[in-house]
Design a protein around this ligand. Structure first.
Ligand SMILES: [Zn+2]
Length: 117
């Protein structure tokens, strides 16, 4: 979850997800690229997001997906005590689909089939 995207509409969804047993991980505070970030920026992005999500959910998130999948060694070191870094092996650029007439699941399945072929 990108913490600065939490609002009155998304907060109840996050609470429901938690209540239903789903895991919610951090995706930073504002989605800045942390690959070349200094430790101050990384700490700020992680700590601010952690504080916001912990306040809302009542539990501290334990996983972190770096924006753009980019995090340097210093960032990895910063995260290693409290977080599991989560990356991915396939991406379907779901943010790219703009045709609201096509259900997102169809676009995702099409993309997935391309990835596995
Ligand atoms: Zn992202």
């Amino acid at each position: 979850m990108i913490a600065n995207k939490i609002n009155n509409y998304t907060e109840p969804i996050l609470q429901r997800m938690t209540n239903e047993g789903h895991t919610i991980g951090l995706h930073s505070h504002s989605h800045k690229n942390l690959q070349f970030g200094n430790l101050t920026l990384i700490a700020e992005e992680v700590d601010m997001a952690t504080e916001i999500l912990t306040d809302i959910l009542g539990v501290k998130p334990k996983s972190f997906r770096p924006p753009f999948g980019s995090i340097d060694v210093g960032g990895q070191e910063y995260l290693k005590e409290g977080y599991t870094i989560v990356l991915w092996s396939a991406g379907c650029v779901d943010w790219w689909f703009t045709d609201n007439n096509i259900p997102i699941i169809e676009s995702f399945i099409d993309c997935y089939e391309i990835w596995i072929s």
